[in-house]
Design a protein around this ligand. Structure first.
Ligand code: ASP
Length: 730
């Protein structure tokens, strides 16, 4: 029960995949570009000898167990990265990382999104709702312990289960020894290498300075994932702890956290070709996956998701035009949908432009030759063909799975119906009818959903989204329509008639009152779960479909967990031993240079933008209704520029050939001495395919320049107390 309910709540873009590794060595232009590529785990630093490239710190100054190093100045904040820039817990990260908290604190009369937020005193700092931070304390290779008890003849499902059990045991044991920390085992290479990370968590995070949206998001969606860029995507937060110095939930008595280390801010910034490096928590990459997995992304995940999100974005736009309150309430959600869809479009375009999949296929031909009779890896024979057929099975299920996923995430009515249906199923089959655990779980599930409903429920959006989604299955190719979907769509006349059917479902308003459900759940669970109409009936069947898909997926994943290590073993043999694991939200370092690039024939991009360019973009957009709002210049910034013409030459953003992905948002960009010179916030459009393969030709990341940050804070916002706190002399 727990698994399925949990799954029903957070079945979020689980990409059916396990991790694998980055190619170095032979091959061809797009799969191989040392030396700068790689989101290096810190234990792989030594091999790269960064000092010979210009780094003026020792490896121990970056990380050394038990000693003060740069690691203690780094935080994972929400899904992003940040860094301490003062001894009093001041954190710098991106505007877009704080955006959810800013939106949550805003209302029509107190619109921090539009106007920005500045606390002039500590007492004015307000909770950054939803944000917590983590600091990496240390890490330890636990591969042997995780893989203990595995033998080659163990069947795939048992192998996966053994690994899962071992991981749980290691985490529990670690927690027993150091209960004050969070302990997490991360898979670095599937079936090969595992690392136990220890984190300190801080829960009381507050907003200090967040620039207005017209600065933090200058260029809006038009410029998102684009270079040249003039976006001041930065924000300041502060970490607070209890009066005894240990992590605590919000209390006005809490004190600023004193980090073991913080970054010095270098007000002079960097120049073209300077050595720079970034430390942070990159989320996820897929560089060690086979060609068939990339085909699954190209043909299923990317287009289906971006089409659905485009629809939602346009629907929110329409709603927001007529209802400013709904616009604010849905702003954060719309922003993240827009961010994902543009990234996915970049990937689709990139996969057309650059033949990564073809190159992988050619590499796989070479891998296959290593498994021929008499060759050294006969035990891996057939691995590519098996991977192909497993990913083909996943591709076959993809439209239905993604459809269910998108409904679960974006339609509270649908996800509520699914939760109730799953609970009903458990009840009716009698499996848990006597157990309290089911009830407890339901109550917590309902509470979660209730929170979601309260914070973002928008019945108009829900209705039109359900209508849009109920039309979709009729358009799927035959191989994607299961027998169940086929018969349900006929039975409920979904497709052509779906608008009317959805209208009838929702005619009585939100059909599932979470408060009421929770109330009756304890007193009369059976009654509270009784089916209340055709949406419930549909959900009853869909829950079985989810179960069917999950079982299939589980079996496929078990096989992948055996095949992917073999795939990796072959790649290791082919390309040598310099393997960097795919990103997995653990701490990494990437390095390179401040450098422009040539994304297309005759198109040269230089690495710095300036305030003058911001003005030029804004002037060019005048009169273009769609663009004007994106390129509107913040009034006080404009005035400051007019009163001081020299400001025009202040660099706003810069470009570098580092290897970053989502999760690196907010990461400090550091110079050779480890001083903060910028804050990473994005990649160029061509670099969205970084996630599949990094390449010096098309991979460029974008940061906001520290010189702009300091100018904005000091001269536009008038927050000289923050400049002083950071110890900056300008
Ligand atoms: N702007 C990006 C994000 O939203 C950062 C990146 O992926 O490079 O995740």
């Amino acid at each position: 029960m727990k698994t399925l309910l949990y799954f029903l709540i957070i079945w979020v873009g689980n990409l059916y995949v396990l991790t694998a590794a980055v190619p170095h060595g032979s091959l061809n232009s797009h799969l191989h570009t040392p030396p700068d590529e790689g989101m290096l785990p810190l234990n792989q630093l030594k091999k790269r000898q960064l000092q010979s490239l210009g780094l003026q710190l020792s490896d121990e100054q970056i990380f050394s167990t038990g000693d003060v190093s740069l690691v203690q100045a780094l935080v994972r904040v929400g899904g992003c990265t940040g860094s301490f820039v003062s001894a009093e817990g001041l954190i710098i990260t991106n505007h877009h990382c704080a955006f959810g908290a800013v939106a949550a604190a805003s209302s029509v009369g107190k619109d921090y999104i539009t106007d920005g937020f500045l606390a002039r005193t500590r007492g004015d700092e307000i909770p950054a709702k939803g944000l917590t931070v983590r600091i990496t304390i240390d890490f330890e290779d636990v591969s042997e312990k995780v893989l203990a008890g595995l033998s080659d003849d163990l069947d795939p499902a048992r192998k996966t289960e053994t690994i899962r059990r071992n991981v749980k045991h290691i985490e529990e044991e670690a927690k027993g020894a150091r209960p004050e920390y969070l302990h997490e085992v991360s898979e670095m290479f599937v079936g090969r290498s595992y690392v136990l990370f220890r984190y300190q968590t801080i829960n009381d995070i507050r907003m200090v300075y967040v620039p207005p949206r017209s600065v933090g998001e200058f260029g809006g969606e038009s410029d998102n994932w684009v270079w040249p860029r003039h976006t001041g995507d930065f924000a300041f937060l502060r970490a607070y702890v209890g009066s005894d110095g240990s992590p605590a939930t919000y209390s006005p008595d809490n004190k600023p956290f004193v980090p073991q280390n913080h970054l010095r801010v270098n007000a002079s910034g960097v120049r073209e070709e300077d050595f720079v490096f970034v430390m942070g928590y990159p989320g996820r990459t897929f560089r060690h996956y086979p060609a068939s997995y990339l085909e699954y992304q190209r043909d299923q995940l990317l287009p289906i998701t971006s089409e659905t999100y485009d629809w939602l974005i346009a629907a929110i736009d329409r709603l927001g035009e007529a209802d400013p309150e709904a616009r604010i309430r849905l702003a954060s959600r719309q922003k993240s949908l827009a961010n994902v869809t543009k990234n996915y479009k970049g990937k689709i375009q990139g996969l057309r432009r650059v033949d990564i999949i073809g190159e992988k296929r050619r590499q796989e031909d070479e891998l296959q030759r290593l498994t021929l009779p008499e060759a050294p890896f006969t035990h891996c024979a057939g691995v590519i063909r098996s991977l192909d057929s497993l990913y083909a099975m996943l591709a076959q299920d993809a439209p239905l799975k993604l459809w269910l996923n998108n409904l679960q995430q974006n339609s509270p009515t649908f996800s509520m119906a699914m939760t109730r249906a799953e609970a009903r199923r458990q009840w009716v089959t009698g499996k848990d009818s006597s157990s309290d655990s089911l009830r407890k779980l339901l109550v917590s599930t309902v509470i979660k959903q209730n929170e979601r409903l309260r914070s973002g429920y928008e019945p108009r959006l829900d209705t039109s989204f359900l209508r849009f989604m109920m039309r979709a299955p009729s358009k799927w190719a035959a191989q994607h329509r299961s027998a169940t979907v086929e018969s349900l769509w006929k039975q409920y006349r979904l497709g052509d008639q779906s608008d009317a059917v959805v209208g009838a479902w929702l005619a009585k308003g939100l059909p599932y009152d979470a408060e009421q459900l929770m109330g009756t759940l304890n007193s009369n669970p059976e009654k509270s779960l009784r089916s209340k109409g055709s949406l419930d009936e549909l959900a009853d069947v869909m829950v079985l479909e989810v179960q069917r898909l999950m079982n299939r997926e589980k079996a496929i994943n078990a096989q992948l967990s055996v095949l992917l290590p073999q795939y990796l073993e072959l790649k290791l043999a082919l390309v040598g031993d310099e393997f960097v694991p795919d990103a997995n939200s653990t701490l990494r370092l990437t390095y390179g240079h401040v450098r422009g690039y040539q994304p297309a024939d005759a198109e040269v991009q230089t690495p710095f933008t300036h305030l003058a360019g911001m003005q030029a973009k804004s002037r060019a957009a005048t009169g273009d209704a769609e663009k004007e709002a994106d390129y509107l210049i913040y009034g006080p910034l404009q005035e400051k520029m007019q009163s001081d013409r020299s400001a025009e030459s202040i660099p706003v953003a810069f470009l570098y050939n580092l290897d970053t992905t989502g999760g690196n948002s907010g990461s400090p960009v550091m110079n050779a001495r480890g001083e903060l010179v910028g804050v990473n916030f994005d990649r160029a459009f061509t670099a969205t395919i970084n996630d599949f393969a990094w390449n010096e030709q098309y991979s460029r990341s974008i940061g906001v320049d520290v010189r702009f940050v300091l100018w904005m804070v000091d001269e536009v916002a008038g927050a000289s107390h923050l400049i002083k706190e950071m110890g900056v002399v300008r």
